[in-house]
Design a protein around this ligand. Structure first.
Ligand code: CAA
Length: 241
């Protein structure tokens, strides 16, 4: 029986590439999504990967949704916390709603998703948690006080939990993508993207979602058990920690 991998935000953008790559690597994959039914149904039809709708910012919804996945497929042994949103604004214009939406999804979402699967992973003595943080959690980004705070928080969460999981066969790692060619990045004003962002990427282009997916497959593997608490940067050379 192949291990079950659950990918949040797994039907679009980087998450879709992660779901597809994990399936190709032999895992049984479930893709969570929050809102876009059309995209999720198209993804399921195209890939054969089942999709499950719930909002990772709600703890109760996560418990219920993970319960559905586990009833259908078996215990979740690999969790990829990929779901994320942006509500970019200069800080002087940022509203409490923009702050809270990003913190609740991009940071609290990791608690909400990981807590319900953690006990089972401890009991079975195996687990792989991969958290998708961001270059902007490492370096900070103007217009993203909310997003940078949440993504930096994801790194602290990763390092703390890695210490708790180590003796139980559970690894917890983070990936920090740079600017990847997804809808999220293409929503940046064209002038900002072409004049202020792409020139700062030494490889001279946006990344591909598949270039992040291969990092996840690497960290999810059974033989990656000695790698925990680490941060893997994939940003085209834009930022070195
Ligand atoms: N880097 C450098 N300069 C930036 C910038 C950036 N990322 N974003 C904005 N600026 C600059 C603008 O060029 C502008 O400079 P000038 O006045 O000299 O022209 C100044 O900041 C103000 O920007 P705007 O005129 O656009 O101001 P606004 O209030 O209309 O909009 C904003 C502000 C919403 C932050 C908008 O600029 C924006 O969306 N910027 C992009 C922010 C960003 O990088 N987001 C990352 C999204 S992708 C992601 O989050 C995925 C990931 O993990 C990497």
């Amino acid at each position: 029986m192949s291990r079950v991998a659950l990918v949040t935000g797994g039907s679009r953008g980087i998450g879709a590439a992660i779901s597809v790559a994990l399936k190709a690597a032999g895992y049984t994959v479930a893709a969570n999504y929050a809102g876009n039914d059309d995209a999720a149904n198209a993804f399921r039809a195209e890939t054969g990967i089942p999709v499950y709708k719930w909002d990772v910012s709600s703890y109760d919804a996560c418990v219920e949704g993970i319960g559905r996945v586990e009833a259908d497929l078996g215990p979740v042994e690999i969790l990829v916390n990929n779901a994320g949103i942006t509500r970019d604004a200069m800080f002087h214009k940022m509203t409490p709603e923009q702050w809270n939406a990003v913190i609740n999804t991009n940071l609290t979402g990791l608690f909400n998703m990981t807590h319900p699967v953690w006990g089972g992973m401890r009991d079975r003595g195996f687990g792989r948690i991969v958290n998708i943080s961001s270059i902007n959690g490492q370096k900070g980004q103007m217009g993203q006080a909310n997003y940078s705070a949440a993504k930096a928080g994801d790194l602290g969460f990763t390092k703390a939990l890695a210490q708790e999981g180590a003796a139980k066969g559970i690894t917890v790692n983070a990936i920090c993508p740079g600017y990847i060619g997804t809808e999220m990045v293409r929503a940046i004003p064209e002038k900002v993207l072409s004049e202020r962002i792409i020139p700062l990427i030494p490889v001279g282009r946006l990344g591909e979602p598949e270039e992040i997916a291969r990092c996840v497959v690497f960290l999810a593997a059974d033989d990656a058990g000695f790698i925990t608490g680490s941060t893997l940067s994939a940003n085209g050379g834009q930022f070195f920690v």
